[in-house]
Design a protein around this ligand. Structure first.
Ligand code: FES
Length: 106
């Protein structure tokens, strides 16, 4: 989990299997990274309904469900797709380079 020039290393792609969820810190902000259908997605690790982590939430149909009240967010866009979540969650860019996965600000 080292940090260089705004880019945060998540880990080796081979060590982040389908469905895995990882937490990293980007400029002091907790960000969750999930691998879904082979792609990596990174979202701020805070539900926009109440202050509750999204890490560990169930992922299906390209969305993550907040375990607290069932709000859902689209992994690719951060858009809220189920009440009581209304506001989008901030997303980050994921970068795959030489077998390593990184997260950076969009
Ligand atoms: S805290 Fe996530 S839906 Fe309420």
């Amino acid at each position: 989990m080292s940090e260089t020039q705004g880019r945060v290393r998540v880990g080796r792609e081979a060590e982040l299997p389908e469905g895995s969820q990882t937490e990293v810190s980007v400029e002091g902000v907790s960000v969750m990274v999930v691998r879904y259908e082979g792609q990596f997605y990174a979202l701020r690790n805070n539900c926009t309904h109440k202050d509750y982590p999204l890490l560990g939430g169930e992922v299906s149909a390209g969305r993550i469900t907040c375990a607290k009240h069932g709000g859902r967010f689209e992994l690719a866009t951060g858009k809220a797709r189920a009440l009581p979540a209304v506001k989008p969650v901030k997303i980050y860019r994921t970068v795959l380079e030489a077998g390593e996965v990184y997260v950076e600000e969009l």
